[in-house]
Ligand binder design. Structure first.
Ligand code: SF4
Length: 313
């Protein structure tokens, strides 16, 4: 008999920077996110698993906007590479607006559908917990919409890709894993290509929010991945570029060996910390819920997906 997918009692252990940040943020949230929600998509799972899985899927307006734009960009690039065609600015803006409106309708009129199939519908955190989208947030997203699409089409990366320069597409929007000291590490890179003329591997991060201090650990993980997956010998061959779609600017970063050593060290220490919350390392079986203390900052809780659960348990 063919087994389509394996039902595991406990999730497979893996490390990512976002997992590390969640643990630092709130250990209870870490438990809900990485353990309680496991198997919550199955019909006969516990009420806690189903609730945690459902709440994990909540998204904010900004997060949804960023993700929708990333998906659109991914499709534009994919279509361009296969057919050489580029949609008009208006078509892209209309598509983005359609997705935002659909998500709003899901959140306001399809709550029962979302409750039953949270992966297939959208629920905004703002509406789930607050009853509506704050008008200033809506206005902000409306302003960002056309600006980000225009800036994407004018971006250095897209111009490079559609110019006659020697470019080779490598990867886009895929979950990738690599082995770091025996641990499976997850990274997501928006877009990777090779500039043959300049002998560079370019990793692109599309930013749809305001500029902030770059997270060097994230960038160093990207570089580590390229070194391992594509055997890139020298860090000088790797350019990491942030494309700021709100301002139409970009910034490139290079990394040193120390940056890479530091992130490897961080990952190792973080994994050790995570192992402290396991009853059985082999199975990745967590300790009981009470061993994951709640954080004591009400501000963090107000933004958290799981506050409903925290009132119950
Ligand atoms: S509501 Fe607060 S305590 Fe509960 S998981 Fe979220 S951040 Fe942690």
């Amino acid at each position: 008999m063919i087994t389509l997918f394996e039902v595991r009692t406990y999730p497979e252990f893996s490390w990512s920077l976002s997992r590390h940040k969640t643990l630092l943020n709130c250990t209870r949230k870490y438990y809900y996110d990485y353990y309680a929600s496991h198997n919550g998509w199955l019909y006969d799972s516990s009420a806690l698993a189903k609730d945690a899985y459902r709440l994990k899927k909540l998204t904010t307006l900004e997060m949804f906007f960023g993700q929708a734009l990333h998906n659109i960009i991914h499709n534009v690039i994919k279509n361009y590479l296969s057919s050489g065609t580029i949609p008009t600015e208006k078509e892209l803006i209309d598509k983005l607006r359609y997705l935002l409106n659909l998500a709003f309708i899901d959140s306001t009129q399809r709550k029962t559908f979302w409750t039953a199939k949270p992966k297939h519908y959208t629920m905004f955190h703002e509406i789930y917990y607050g009853g509506s989208l704050p008008p200033e947030k809506v206005k902000d997203i409306q302003n960002r919409l056309a600006v980000c699409v225009t800036n994407f089409l004018k971006s250095k990366t897209f111009q490079d890709l559609t110019s006659s320069k020697q470019m080779r597409f490598i990867e886009s929007e895929r979950f990738r894993t690599m082995d770091l000291d025996g641990t499976k590490v997850f990274i997501v890179m928006d877009f990777v290509y090779r500039d043959i003329d300049n002998g560079k591997w370019i990793i692109v991060d599309w930013k749809t929010g305001k500029e902030s201090d770059d997270d060097k650990s994230q960038l160093a993980l990207y570089a580590l991945y390229l070194q391992k997956a594509y055997k890139v010998q020298s860090l000088d061959e790797i350019e990491i570029r942030n494309e700021y779609l709100l301002t139409g600017t970009n910034r490139s970063h290079s990394l040193t060996k120390q940056d890479l050593d530091r992130v490897q060290e961080l990952s190792g220490m973080s994994v050790q910390e995570m192992l402290r919350f396991l009853e059985d390392d082999e199975k990745n079986k967590p300790l009981a819920l009470q061993a994951f203390p709640k954080n004591e900052h009400p501000k963090k809780c107000s933004r958290c997906n799981f506050s409903e659960l925290c009132e119950m348990y």
